[in-house]
Write a protein that binds this ligand. Structure first.
Ligand SMILES: [Zn+2]
Length: 120
């Protein structure tokens, strides 16, 4: 079962990107989303290469509830931000490819049609 910790109040929620039922906080910026992913069982740990267990992240609950701010490894958060941006970029490239390919085919077809018409 997927679990995540609200980076604002420490409440346990199901997924990193959803609204917290207790404090109504929803991660919006890339950094907030990255932090939320790091504190979830959806995060693939750099050390073990496996998804984190809830035991790997539950330590953060008390710290956040006590108002501790600097519990995040900034380098790690930065890398997760980059990973997410990379994912978005590959998606955009895929979409552009999907749209551009038929357009190019269509234009080439039109070009051949015109050439044949003029050469007759
Ligand atoms: Zn919360």
């Amino acid at each position: 079962m997927s679990k995540a910790i609200c980076i604002q109040c420490g409440y346990v929620k199901k997924y990193p990107k959803i609204e917290c039922k207790r404090c109504k906080f929803t991660p919006k910026t890339q950094k907030e989303i990255a932090k939320s992913i790091v504190l979830s069982t959806q995060y693939l740990s750099e050390e073990s290469g496996e998804y984190q267990e809830f035991e790997d992240i539950s330590w953060a609950i008390n710290k956040i509830e006590n108002g501790e701010q600097n519990i995040f490894d900034q380098g790690l958060v930065g890398r997760v931000v980059k990973q997410n941006e990379g994912l978005i970029n590959t998606r955009i490239v895929d979409i552009v490819r999907m749209i551009l390919f038929p357009i190019i085919l269509f234009l080439l077809g039109g070009l051949f049609y015109l050439l044949r018409k003029f050469l007759q």
